[in-house]
Design a protein around this ligand. Structure first.
Ligand code: HEM
Length: 401
């Protein structure tokens, strides 16, 4: 768990709004009773990957069939699209099994989550983009695998693809037959399976990795907590109105997303209390800077400054510090801009109050934040240009150097 003492883990957890912190790097101690399955073997998810699809991808990559699969998958977009013709028979048979919602998915909750996502899109966008997005750079395994995979060399393209996932998840009809999320999640599952075969062949990744195969079930849970669990906590901290039904629906959309990404039901938290407990065990203690993560953060934070909407890098740095703590800001070497820090500390809460109709007076800095949100959208969505999302494709290699 890097060099964090237990006391520092607790204070970092508190700064991120993540309650509690279990003993660092403890053995897997989260009970499957708190999962959507309600029971399980208790096997450590650290050693659970996604066997069936992992095997398929080994054979597709080794036989040079990935480009043809990517080409065939281009027209496979909507949840109710037929599976594309031209896929190998075993891949089609596999997708036929998994390209559907789990039996426990609740359409009413998913619809409510979608409506919530629409109502709160500004905060969600900022928190996922600058909170979770930059947090991913201090999750060592994630930072190293993203950096050394093919996509790490072009963070603009990668950020746009990742936003495709978030965008499809948040659409009103995302989980319905006319939506696209089920397909996007399945494509992502294929990408992850490819990465599990490719990264172990990268001498750069193997030199720094503490595991033989990346993206275990445990790693995906960590990432979920850096997204869903973190964002929910922050919304509550910010006193954004968030009724219990909305919170439950928001969790449900993530439960289904994790299932579709290949996480076993026995690890998917059933309630937010179960999720918080798991997060305290798996996420907070492992946060640490790495060479790769520092570079990725620099790449990501450079994106908004490519769109000139008056957002200074200092302002961006301070917003990251505001949502992720000074500790993480220091790890990433984010230069201070004390004037922006003071503005954010006072005006962001006022911006929220005004947007939520809890105060009739627009804060003086309203325009600044409005522009800020716009600049983020331009920088991260749609590769900053076209009106469509960026398709997700299976990689065939790693980052060369
Ligand atoms: C690719 C989402 C967990 C590493 C992707 C893509 C998406 C995605 C949408 C496709 C976009 C692209 O190709 O760039 C997610 C979500 C996760 C998750 C929602 C969990 C909730 C993880 C974890 C790791 C990881 C835990 C590693 C520790 C990667 C890598 C790629 C990738 C290396 C491929 C990049 C490339 O070479 O193109 N992920 N991911 N992901 N993901 Fe994940």
């Amino acid at each position: 768990m890097g060099n964090l003492s237990r006391r520092r883990v607790i204070s970092l957890g508190a700064a991120l709004g993540l309650v509690g912190a279990a003993s660092p790097a403890a053995a897997w101690a989260w009970s499957p009773k708190g999962s959507v399955a309600g029971a399980g073997t208790g096997t450590d998810p650290e050693y659970v990957w996604d066997d069936e699809v992992d095997r398929l991808l080994v054979s597709l990559i080794e036989n040079g069939r990935v480009p043809a699969v990517n080409a065939a998958m281009e027209s496979w977009v909507d949840n109710d699209d037929p599976l594309p013709s031209g896929l190998p028979a075993d891949l089609t048979a596999y997708l036929r099994k998994v390209n559907r919602l789990p039996s426990w998915a609740d359409p009413a909750k998913l619809a409510r989550a979608a409506d919530f996502n629409r109502r709160k899109d500004t905060y969600l966008f900022m928190l996922y983009g600058l909170g979770s997005g930059i947090m991913s750079t201090v999750i060592p395994r994630e930072a190293r695998s993203v950096y050394w995979s093919a996509g790490g060399a072009d963070m603009k393209d990668r950020a746009a693809k990742t936003f495709t996932f978030g965008y499809d998840l948040a659409q009103l009809n995302g989980f319905e037959p006319s939506g696209q999320f089920v397909v996007t999640a399945n494509k992502t599952r294929l990408v992850h399976a490819a990465v599990r075969h490719l990264l172990p062949q990268s001498p750069h990744w193997t030199a720094v990795s503490d595991q033989d195969i990346p993206i275990s079930n445990a790693d995906i849970l960590v990432t979920f907590h850096s997204l869903g669990t973190y964002v929910r906590r922050k919304l509550l901290d910010w006193k954004v109105p968030f009724p219990a039904e909305d919170q439950e629906a928001f969790l449900h959309s993530w439960q289904v997303a994790m299932h579709l990404l290949g996480v076993r039901d026995e690890y998917i938290p059933r309630t937010w209390a179960d999720a918080e407990e798991q997060s305290a065990q798996v996420l907070t203690p492992i946060l640490a800077p790495t060479t790769e993560g520092i570079q990725l953060a620099e790449d990501l934070l450079g994106l908004p400054s490519q769109v000139d909407l008056g957002v200074t890098r200092g302002f961006l740095n301070e917003f990251v510090r505001y949502v992720l703590s000074d500790q993480i800001g220091d790890w990433l070497g984010l230069k201070r801009d004390h004037a922006s820090a003071a503005l954010i500390r006072t005006a962001w809460p006022a911006f929220i109050l005004f947007r939520e109709g809890l105060t009739p007076v627009a804060p003086g800095a309203f325009y600044v934040f409005d522009q800020f949100v716009r600049a983020m959208a331009m920088a991260f969505l749609n590769n900053g240009s076209s009106g469509t999302t960026t398709p997700i494709v299976i990689p065939t290699g790693n980052r060369p150097s």
